[in-house]
Design a protein around this ligand. Structure first.
Ligand SMILES: Nc1ncnc2c1ncn2[C@@H]1O[C@H](COP(=O)(O)OP(=O)(O)OP(=O)(O)O)[C@@H](O)[C@H]1O
Length: 357
């Protein structure tokens, strides 16, 4: 009978570590594969010094696995990982871990649609669009979640005016925070203020997975995900692990931003994620004193790009002081009734009308 992963893990859980616990309980086994009579895995120590001291443990692990009936050889490698920052969860849940196996792309239970808000370049207003769109959708009666997946630079707590930390009373699930009618979760709500996230790709992917699956999102019509800028691990994980309804790409009309937006669109095409449309942010600036209209970042670039790509232009949002002030105050401009709020209401209605939100 072929040996199972569980049998290998059971053997490894009997290998005691010098400073207490065992390899499995201390979550140090990575990339375990069982192929016929061969087993491979990595023992990941917290740092290089501890890895060196664990050589006898590695040898014992290899011997224990090779002693299992049906196993001819075990290849066991020791590696070191830099220390992960300590998240500061309330209730003992730690955010940031390696991703766990998943059968295929699936959405967390109760979430009907997932909309990713993406940009090629940083600073074009992606987080501003995500928070305002979430609020505009909620104002139109949708049950909306907002997941801040910009793990290195979470800005949703500030933009949504949330200072309360997320709690995990049972140490297993996280209670999200509700702000302006939107259920929200951000890694910023789990970390101490001023604490930096210094994780490698796998830890990021694990943290994103936790924020999708361990948060009590409740039933949602749509989960809006504020992605980090660019085309990295978080984008890849989200596209591969969930059934995304689609992505909305935000850009300014400036050439350099458009160039990067094109790369983001290309990434989504490669990952077979539909691009639902482009949003031109900081489109025009109307001087509040004289009414003169200026195109600070250029004009029409995003519309032309959308046409070229064959995707809809969902809207053009003005560059306006009230948008920036509202974001800084934690009361997204879409909560009000000025021209920017109207523009967001229009985009939200369009997404709802198209069955996308
Ligand atoms: N239409 C707008 N009018 C005025 N200010 C804006 C507008 N859109 C965004 N801003 C401001 O520009 C700054 C950057 O916006 P935001 O953080 O949303 O960009 P981002 O693309 O998410 O950036 P990052 O990629 O760094 O997270 C913020 O201070 C925000 O308030």
């Amino acid at each position: 009978m072929p040996v199972t992963r569980d049998a290998v893990l059971a053997a490894l859980s009997r290998i005691a570590l010098p400073d207490g616990g065992d390899l499995v309980a201390r979550d140090m086994v990575r990339a375990l594969s069982v192929e016929g009579d061969a087993v491979r895995f990595v023992i990941e120590a917290p740092d290089a010094a501890q890895a060196a001291a664990l050589e006898p443990v590695r040898a014992a692990a290899q011997e224990a696995v090779e002693a299992l009936p049906g196993i001819a050889r075990a290849s066991v490698v020791l590696t070191a990982h830099g220390p992960a920052p300590k998240a500061a969860p309330e209730g003992g849940l730690k955010i940031g871990r390696h991703p766990t196996a998943q059968a295929g792309p699936e959405n967390p239970a109760g979430i009907d649609r997932i909309l990713a808000i993406a940009s090629g370049k940083g600073g074009v207003g992606k987080s501003t669009v995500a928070s305002n769109l979430a609020v505009a959708l909620a104002r139109q009666g949708r049950r909306v979640g907002l997941l801040d997946a910009d793990i290195y630079g979470p800005s949703q707590p500030r933009m949504m005016g949330v200072t309360r930390r997320a709690a995990s009373p049972d140490g297993k699930t996280i209670e999200p925070v509700v702000a302006h009618g939107v259920t929200m979760m951000s890694i910023g709500l789990m970390m101490e203020e001023g604490q930096a996230v210094v994780w490698r790709g796998p830890m990021l992917m694990g943290a994103l997975q936790q924020m999708l699956t361990q948060v009590n999102w409740g039933p949602l019509d749509v989960l809006v995900v504020d992605l980090p800028p660019g085309t990295g691990d978080v984008q890849l994980t989200l596209c591969q692990r969930t059934q995304l309804t689609g992505a909305v790409v935000v850009s300014t009309p400036q050439d350099v931003a458009l160039l990067d937006a094109r790369k983001a669109i290309d990434m989504f095409a490669k990952l077979k994620t539909p691009v639902l449309g482009l949003i031109e942010n900081m489109s025009t600036y109307v001087c509040p004193k004289c009414g003169h209209e200026a195109h600070i970042f250029g004009h029409g670039g995003v519309a032309a790009e959308a046409e070229k790509m064959g995707v809809p232009l969902l809207g053009a949002l003005p560059l306006a002081l009230e948008v920036r002030l509202a974001g800084d105050e934690g009361r997204p401009v879409a909560l009000g009734d000025g021209p920017a709020a109207e523009a967001y209401a229009h985009i939200a209605a369009r997404l709802i009308g198209g069955g996308m939100a």
